[in-house]
Design a protein around this ligand. Structure first.
Ligand code: FAD
Length: 384
């Protein structure tokens, strides 16, 4: 793996850094308190080409490689995970799936708008009764002439109330498990589709997380993404790449923890007018964060490298996501310890970093599910 960034990757990273320092980080605490990110951020992400990374230019994308995508995602995660998640889902799970599996008409209809930030996408897999065991989902799509009629409920859907389109997974066949599942692109203004925001989240409070209900929602057969029965494959391939995006966001959280903790340790004085940076046990906390940042970043870059070189990457993506998400929680905890009591109040950033980090070990496959995916690769035995 080449650890040198190309000039182009360096430029994209700098662009993202400057954007985050100017347009994201200064507002993160206020958006968190208001429980709403300013939606104007979405077209700004689009104008810079961030929402089109890895999508071909002929569909309105900005091309770019997966390391550039990871670098931008890391920077957004450093500024505000709520904003990072908007991109990881609208681009990473929705637009990239349309680019990989969609029909020509679907690509032409949705990709230019999603890449420009004129439209937002979401990913509807989880249901109230099916989380980790997504293959047992119960939302149904029944063929009726030239259309499908969809009934069911999806929950915890990131961007849910903001989205213009949902990449929806529903059961079309009688087969149990993953074989009877199909993917659909459903515009959120389709009659029968209801949306309600989920409030009271521990973190990612600025992000619109929603429950979606489908009550006789009728879509044309052309809304199918891929072929009937291929939906689980569509979902799993989206998540395999999506986990790299979560991992990159976690590197951003960990880097923000390091920046904040080092700065505070250099200012706060305790015991004889010395800054707390002089105390060895404080340095241990800082060193532990620094090691986690470096390890998580390298694992994330390795996934990008595998994708670019056409090598298998799904297990590497699970390794990176598992390590980086657990590391982000550890780093935020360590950073909070450096801040002492001040870490516990929201005048300082580390409390929010810890709250935002916690969900990373839960979504796109919990830490336990990542371990089972890695274990399956090692042993050939699926222990789900
Ligand atoms: P469960 O599956 O019920 O798991 C509960 C516990 O049991 C966990 O600790 C889990 O690891 C453990 N467990 C389950 N099965 C096993 C097993 N076989 N072996 C060992 N342990 C096991 N979903 C979407 O589709 N789209 C989204 O955009 C989206 N965004 C989200 C945003 C937020 C803020 C949150 C909180 C969730 C989001 N999700 C989304 C859902 C998320 O992916 C699920 O919450 C996650 O997959 C876990 O499912 P669950 O919550 O039902 O937990």
């Amino acid at each position: 793996m080449d650890l040198e960034l190309t000039d182009e990757q360096g430029a994209v990273r700098q662009l993202a850094k400057d954007f985050v320092d100017r347009e994201v980080a200064p507002h993160a605490a206020a958006w968190d308190r208001a429980e709403q990110v300013d939606r104007a951020i979405v077209p700004k992400l689009g104008a810079l080409g961030f929402l089109g990374l890895t999508i071909p230019a002929r569909y309105g994308g900005s091309d770019g490689d997966h390391l550039s995508y990871a670098l931008v995602t890391e920077e957004l995660g450093r500024g505000d995970s709520a904003v990072r998640g908007i991109l990881s889902v609208s681009l990473g799970l929705c637009a990239k799936s349309v680019a990989a599996w969609g029909s020509e008409a679907q690509k032409r209809e949705w990709l230019p708008r999603l890449c420009a930030g004129e439209a937002v996408g979401c990913f509807g897999l989880t249901e109230p009764g099916t989380g980790s065991d997504a293959a047992s989902l119960t939302t149904r799509a029944v063929r009726d002439g030239a259309s499908y009629v969809i009934d069911g409920t999806k929950t915890f859907i990131t961007n849910g109330t903001w989205a213009d389109v949902v990449l929806l997974f529903a059961r079309t066949g009688p087969e149990p498990g993953h074989r009877g599942i199909s993917a659909f692109l459903v515009p959120t203004d389709t009659p029968g589709l209801g949306r309600s925001e989920i409030h009271g989240k521990l973190g990612l409070r600025g992000q619109a997380t929603a429950e979606l209900t489908f009550d006789g929602v009728r879509v044309p057969a052309s809304a199918l993404v891929g072929e009937e029965g291929q939906g689980f494959k569509v979902a799993m391939s989206a998540l395999a790449k999506g986990r790299m995006s979560v991992a990159a966001g976690c590197v951003g959280i960990a880097q923000a923890c390091l920046d904040a903790a080092v700065a505070y340790a250099g200012e706060r004085e305790q015991f004889g007018g010395k800054t707390i940076a002089h105390h060895q046990l404080v340095q241990e906390l800082l060193a532990d964060i620094a090691v986690d940042v470096a390890a998580a970043r390298l694992l994330t870059w390795q996934v990008a490298d595998h994708i670019e070189r056409g090598l298998p990457f799904a297990t590497q993506s699970s390794v990176a996501k598992l390590y980086a998400s657990e590391a982000a929680v550890r780093c935020a905890n360590n950073a909070l310890q450096v801040f002492g009591g001040y870490g516990y109040v929201d005048a300082y950033p580390v409390g929010k970093l810890l709250r935002d980090a916690r969900v990373m070990t839960l979504y796109e496959g919990t830490s336990q599910i990542q371990k089972l995916l890695i274990g399956r690769e090692l042993t050939g035995v699926a222990a789900f």
